[in-house]
Design a protein around this ligand. Structure first.
Ligand code: URA
Length: 428
């Protein structure tokens, strides 16, 4: 059935609910170019202002899934599981998590993205490994899963093309920050990816999409409902992004830290979140008799899966990682307790140092970023290093240092006021 784009816009402008048929039509017509960008922009703004109910969000998501292919992993003889993070500063969790969960008995078919703005992208991090390839055909994905138990690669152009077009439009029309639009955008890609189960890591805090816990909870609830309604066993953890995760922020720096975790070491917050998410994934996938993730980190089986996964995508797990040649050290201006280290400021600094991109076609520096030497709650000493900035060119430092002005506080005997690492858990 055909509709008039103006009628669809007016329905939402007047706070009505869009019918299933209206949603199917408008998504399909926009993807084909029969609805103009200015009409879709107007509809998106009406949705941002007036919202959508659960049925509308589910219909919107399904229409975006139907705009492209839906992958199918039923040929595999183990349950499939995936994790999606809404993005944060120093969030390298996918790197140790995917091989870890594979080593414990599930298959991981993960389609991932590149970074934009102050949050890094998993593909950018993995691309700092010499030879590693992000683009795989579906047949190659299957080969990597069979060889390593886990694959992390770029989504092809056939997956939810309506979302690609809509996301680009939202980006330039001030309509990104709508929970129904964010939830349907993320979940259309994850459902189309064909995973049987999904664990969402929804971050809250200055370095996250959702700055406060209530909004993050609402986003998590909406995504869990969408996954569940589509037959994907979905659970969400709400986690802290008021400070960076781990010590490393930047592509190769984060790979190095992820490898430390796989070797049985690494920062305690990264290890804790990796193990917690791994247990959630194994439970959601329904893996019977799964090895415990802590054991798989200790006995080397997660590291073996990582090495197989990197090699199967052309990477050399033993190659030296790229390093930036220029450094600036920031030292503690006083002795005391580090009571605040703002995630957003550190993310923006790493971005300005070259680790991130402003436009999606920009290149990123593999070696650039921020290496922290202390985290909130740590005792620091005046004149001792607080963090080291890494860049390929010295011209990058000035604006990165500007981003860090006021980003940290040191109290004489204060306690850091932090969100708990895992704030909550949301199930259907
Ligand atoms: N990530 C997505 O994939 N879509 C959004 O709308 C926001 C973040």
């Amino acid at each position: 059935m055909g509709f008039d784009a103006i009628d669809v816009i007016i329905t939402k402008r007047e706070r009505g609910a869009l019918s299933t048929a209206q949603i199917d039509w408008v998504i399909d017509a926009y993807t084909r170019g029969a609805v103009a960008d200015e009409q879709m922009s107007s509809l998106l703004m009406a949705i941002l202002l007036n919202g959508m109910d659960r049925r509308e969000i589910a219909d919107w998501t399904q229409a975006m899934i139907r705009s492209g292919e839906r992958m199918d992993w039923s040929v595999l003889d183990r349950p499939t599981a995936d994790k999606h993070s809404t993005g944060g500063v120093g969030d390298k969790i996918t790197l140790p998590l995917a091989p870890l969960v594979a080593a414990c008995g599930a298959y991981i078919p993960q389609l991932s993205g590149r970074g934009l703005g102050h949050t890094g992208g998993t593909l950018d991090k993995l691309e700092s490994i010499p030879g590693w390839r992000a683009s795989l055909s579906n047949a190659e994905m299957l080969d990597v899963i069979r060889a390593a138990g886990a694959v992390v690669c770029a989504a092809g152009s056939g997956l939810a093309p309506a979302d690609k077009k809509l996301y680009a439009l939202r980006d330039v029309t001030g309509t990104v920050e709508s929970i129904p639009l964010i939830a349907s955008s993320i979940m259309s890609k994850k459902i189309a990816e064909g995973t049987g189960s999904l664990v969402l890591d929804v971050k809250a805090g200055s370095g996250a999409f959702m700055k406060n816990v209530d909004d993050a909870r609402e986003l998590a609830r909406t995504m869990v409902e969408l996954g569940t309604d589509a037959g994907v066993r979905t659970v969400a953890l709400l986690t802290a992004m008021d400070r960076p995760l781990g010590y490393a922020v930047g592509n190769a720096l984060e790979v190095e830290e992820a490898v430390e975790v796989l070797a049985g070491g690494g920062p305690s917050d990264v290890v804790e979140l990796t193990v917690r998410l791994a247990r959630e994934m194994l439970e959601a996938a329904g893996v019977r008799g799964a090895k415990d993730p802590e054991e798989a980190l200790k006995d080397g089986s997660a590291m073996d899966a990582w090495r197989r996964m990197i090699s199967a995508q052309g990477g050399d797990p033993d190659a030296a990682l790229p390093k930036s040649g220029e450094f600036v050290e920031i030292t503690a201006p006083a002795s005391g307790v580090l009571t605040k280290l703002d995630a957003l400021a550190v993310g923006v600094a790493a971005w300005r140092l070259g680790a991130g991109r402003a436009r999606k076609e920009d290149p990123v520096s593999a070696g650039a970023g921020v290496m922290l030497h202390a985290k909130p709650g740590d005792v620091v000493t005046e004149g001792k290093p607080l963090m080291t900035l890494h860049a390929d060119e010295t011209a990058r430092f000035e604006r990165a240092l500007e981003a860090l002005e006021g980003a940290y506080t040191i109290g004489a005997d204060g306690e850091a006021d932090l969100l708990p690492l895992v704030i909550g858990r949301i199930t259907a």
